[in-house]
Design a protein around this ligand. Structure first.
Ligand SMILES: NC(=O)c1ccc[n+]([C@@H]2O[C@H](COP(=O)([O-])OP(=O)(O)OC[C@H]3O[C@@H](n4cnc5c(N)ncnc54)[C@H](OP(=O)(O)O)[C@@H]3O)[C@@H](O)[C@H]2O)c1
Length: 233
């Protein structure tokens, strides 16, 4: 059987890296996308060691021209596409009264416009393979958290995009599933003010396992939550 062909955005670290390694264990052919080439190259080496194949695709999903170039290169390198994992995203917290327009627009641009651009660019290939789109939203796409108005707006937005796209693509045979992780121990918290008890969070590998199950989708489930073991949000 030919290997499943997977494009993972934000694959340089955190959840995206773990998703790439989970698919690699099954012998997948991967395109690893993000802005930082050195991190992608390191993950590509890990993918090879785990039994997969990986192509590195430098891509800024906030930039339409970069997305067009990157997704075209990914699909060409893989010879098509079976799975798109819309994972790349950024996080910011601020009391609503202090949330500045630049931060609001960056959150929307990366977390919501990014998946819009990547999915549109990948859609012809996914229609060709009757593939699967996996959105990485967040528990913050299902419930509000103080200090997270901007981030929550983007993650509720991705949920809306995925829910509507699921209905729109059903007849064409493209499946859309959404994963809602709770707090997960990654670098996303590194420069964000606040007390983050990472010991109570999911590991990236735990989220990746759910992404794997969501992709396989044996029972037709569309929404997959990943509550953290220690109850962190
Ligand atoms: N960690 C959590 O608690 C948690 C919980 C729920 C949902 N999530 C979601 O899970 C996803 C991954 O988060 P993470 O925790 O793994 O974060 P992370 O460790 O900070 O990794 C984020 C990845 O996204 C990439 N990225 C950021 N901006 C990008 C852009 N403009 N274009 C392309 N790639 C970009 C980063 O690479 P470059 O910087 O090199 O581009 C990096 O590879 C995000 O969508 C996040 O919202 C995280």
């Amino acid at each position: 059987m030919s290997p499943v062909r997977v494009l993972v955005t934000g694959a340089g670290r955190g959840i995206g890296r773990a998703v790439a390694l989970r698919f690699a264990r099954e012998g997948a052919a991967l395109a690893l996308a993000a802005r930082t080439r050195s991190e992608l190259e390191a993950v590509a080496r890990e993918v090879a060691a785990a039994g997969g194949r990986a192509h590195v695709v430098e891509l800024d999903q906030a930039d339409p021209a970069s997305v067009a170039r990157g997704v075209t290169a990914a699909v060409a390198a893989l010879g098509g596409l079976d799975v798109l994992v819309n994972n790349a995203g950024v996080f910011a917290v601020a009391p609503f009264a202090e949330l500045d327009l630049a931060t609001w627009e960056r959150l929307l641009r990366v977390n919501l416009t990014g998946p819009f651009l990547v999915t549109q660019a990948a859609l012809p290939a996914l229609l060709g393979s009757r593939g699967v789109i996996v959105g990485i939203s967040s528990m913050a796409g299902l419930q509000g958290y103080p200090g997270s108005t901007g981030y929550c707006a983007t993650k509720y937005g991705l949920r809306g995009l995925d829910d509507a796209l699921r209905e729109e693509l059903r007849e064409a045979g493209v499946r859309v599933v959404t994963v809602y992780p709770g707090g997960t121990d990654t670098t996303i918290f590194d420069d964000v003010p606040g007390e983050w008890d990472r010991s109570t969070m999911n590991t990236p590998a735990e989220v990746a396992e759910v992404v794997w199950q969501a992709w396989r989708g044996a029972d037709g489930q569309a929404d997959w939550t990943v509550p953290p073991p220690g109850g962190a949000a």
